[in-house]
Design a protein around this ligand. Structure first.
Ligand code: AMP
Ligand code: MG
Length: 342
């Protein structure tokens, strides 16, 4: 009898231990406003208290990155110090800024100048990131003056970086959000979180999965708000980032002027409506989505060569993708979307 009781107790205790090992995971959700957009954190975990703490730490880290890289607002930072330094002076940048600048310069080189991290003056002139958005384009002479002095205007020296002229100003607007997403996910992982998705206004970094299902992501239609051109099912370490001409724009004399500029012309890039890049990390996806937007469908080959995938809506609204994208990703294009190159 005693032996039977002990066995029962053992089974009961074992049951308690087992259920403690496989508790049901729950979804913890939190939204913050930063980097000019709403950032959604979704964590799928059994320990909801830890998940909430992890989200707070990740959000703080992303805010730190925004403060570190922004060229707007009143607070000083090393990027602003560089942008105001005397031309020709060597400036030692903090290692994080130095590293992101080095990565940006590589994208500039591989994209034949479609991406340029020294567009600060041009972006300020167009004014799309100013609190009061512009309503008409700036004068052509001012654009020309900046364009002629902002290509290859950064010089890497043994002891830092220098700029060749006053118009040469750093602007990490095309890549810092991706870096922030990447760091946000890193902090979640440091807190033991495996399954999460961070969505910064449609720019996404996922980790793990949503229970037994992959995370499902819709890619926005560039002309029809509320509609998607495609859905993607992804899991593991992946990022999906879109650059679109619908994010910040105005219409002037019937023409659309938006915030993604062709550095070689100094004008809003005209080959695309949206460019989505799918890469393993968000910094790469963000930098390249801007570069691809400027390059248009011709840039897909470069993306493919680097082992990434992309979906590009060209200026006519036609969808192009990297070759055989469906063999690598669970992608479904929404009918009646047509694709021309695959
Ligand atoms: P995204 O939304 O990631 O494509 O980034 C757009 C932001 O990047 C703009 O608001 C500018 O601050 C900056 N930017 C615009 N055009 C370029 C470009 N061709 N290369 C690098 N940065 C750019
Ligand atoms: Mg970008």
């Amino acid at each position: 009898m005693r032996a039977i009781l002990t066995n029962h107790l053992l089974i009961l205790l074992l049951g308690i231990v087992l259920s403690a090992c496989s508790p049901t995971s729950e979804t913890v959700h939190e939204t913050r406003f930063m980097m000019g957009t709403l950032v959604d954190f979704t964590v799928y975990d059994a320990n909801t208290k830890n998940a909430a703490m992890a989200i707070k730490a990740a959000a703080d880290e992303m805010q730190r990155i925004e403060n570190l890289f922004t060229i707007y607002g009143d607070q000083n930072n090393s990027v602003k110090i560089f942008n105001n330094a005397k031309a020709g002076t060597d400036i030692k940048l903090p290692s994080e800024i130095d590293a992101l600048l080095t990565r940006s310069m590589q994208i500039e080189q591989k994209s034949d100048g479609a991406f340029n991290p020294a567009l600060g003056s041009l972006n300020k002139l167009w004014g799309f990131s100013q609190p009061t958005p512009p309503t008409s384009p700036p004068p052509a002479e001012e654009i020309e003056q900046i364009v002629s002095s902002s290509s290859h205007c950064l010089q890497q020296r043994a002891d830092g970086w220098s700029r060749t002229g006053k118009s040469c100003q750093l602007d990490f607007g095309a890549i810092a959000k991706g870096y922030a997403l990447e760091q946000g996910m890193k902090v979640l992982k440091l807190h033991g979180i495996e399954h999460a998705i961070i969505n910064a206004g449609g720019d996404i970094r996922v980790g793990g999965s949503h229970g037994k299902r992959p995370w499902q992501i819709g890619i926005r239609h560039p002309r029809q708000p509320g509609q998607v051109i495609a859905t993607l099912k992804i899991s593991g370490d992946k990022s999906v980032v879109t650059s679109g001409d619908y994010e910040r724009f105005y219409l002037y004399k019937g023409k659309r002027y938006h915030h993604i500029l062709d550095p070689r012309l100094g004008m809003p890039a005209s080959r695309s409506q949206s460019a989505t890049v799918i890469a393993d990390d968000a910094t790469t996806a963000d930098g390249w989505s801007t570069a691809l937007f400027v390059m248009g469908a011709d840039g897909l080959e470069t993306i493919e060569k680097m082992g990434m995938d992309a979906i590009l809506v060209d200026a006519d609204g036609t969808i192009h993708t990297t070759k055989n994208i469906e063999s690598r990703l669970q992608l479904s294009l929404s009918p009646p979307m047509l694709r021309t190159s695959d």
